[in-house]
Design a binder for this molecule. Structure first.
Ligand code: APR
Length: 232
């Protein structure tokens, strides 16, 4: 089966009710981004950062995957699908997708600060943490999120996956945050690229890109047909 790689951003979750980032003029749930999503912000006020992520986890409880997430899952029947997402929500998981790479971390996970390899998945209803929450070893924990100013540990894995893709589908990302946005440059020459976004950023340096200027659910319905007709 052909390798079908998805690079998704906040737009794929927008129709599930999760707001995107840059449509909210730099405020995330009314907080300045750098106060709640940067390494410095976490150093300055860890309590505020824990509170911010607690709020986003509570929002996630009743949030369901939309048709775009479900179509991506269904395409696993006909393609070797890998989903690289910039999103920290668990909607690709809730849709049943396998092979998901969370470039920017996961909302439902926390990790030890002293031993970052120790990550823990929070289970409802115990999904809130604070600056003094510790793990079973007594070590302080933090959100398992890549803050602005921190490395993206899974970037090279993602890069290798894109380089090996037979088809790349970009959904719902403004392609303004690096290094994630640079991934689109690493496809093999001539690899077909599709970009689903109602207001797509222009990716002028790629000659084999097809824009589908629609919302994710509509765009993925249309693209699934194209993929099955032309690439199976
Ligand atoms: N369907 C598809 N795309 C949509 C929809 C929709 N229903 N609604 C909005 N979009 C598009 C917007 O046009 C925009 O291009 O989704 C994109 C969202 O862009 P951003 O808000 O910049 O989100 P994203 O690209 O995922 O941000 C990347 O930056 O803020 C950090 O870590 C955060 O992972 C995030 C990263």
């Amino acid at each position: 089966m052909k390798k079908l790689v998805f690079l998704t951003g906040a737009g794929v979750s927008q129709e599930s009710g999760i707001s995107t980032f840059r449509d909210s003029d730099g405020l995330w749930e009314n907080y300045p981004v750098m106060d709640v999503a940067s390494a410095d912000g976490f150093k300055r006020n860890p309590e505020l950062v824990h509170h911010f992520y607690n709020e986003r986890r509570k929002q996630l409880i009743d949030t369901r995957p939309n048709k775009a997430h479900l179509i991506i899952k269904e395409l696993e029947q006909d393609f070797d699908v890998i989903t690289i997402t910039q999103n920290v929500d668990d909607l690709h998981e809730k849709a049943g997708s396998n092979n998901i790479i969370h470039l920017h971390g996961e909302l439902m996970k926390v990790r030890s600060i002293a031993h970052p390899e120790r990550t823990y998945t929070l289970e409802y209803p115990n999904i809130e943490t604070c600056a003094t929450t510790v793990d079973k070893y007594g070590d302080i924990i933090r959100p398992h999120i890549v803050f602005f100013g921190e490395d993206v540990p899974l970037y090279t894995d993602a890069l290798d996956i894109v380089a090996d893709a037979d088809i790349l589908v970009i959904i719902g990302t403004s392609l303004v945050v690096y290094p994630a946005a640079a991934l689109v440059n690493f496809t093999k020459k001539g690899t077909p690229i599709f970009y689903i976004d109602p207001k797509p950023s222009t990716v002028s340096y790629l000659d084999n890109i097809t824009y589908i200027a629609k919302k994710a659910t509509e765009g993925m319905t249309e693209l699934a047909e194209i993929l099955r007709k032309n690439y199976i």
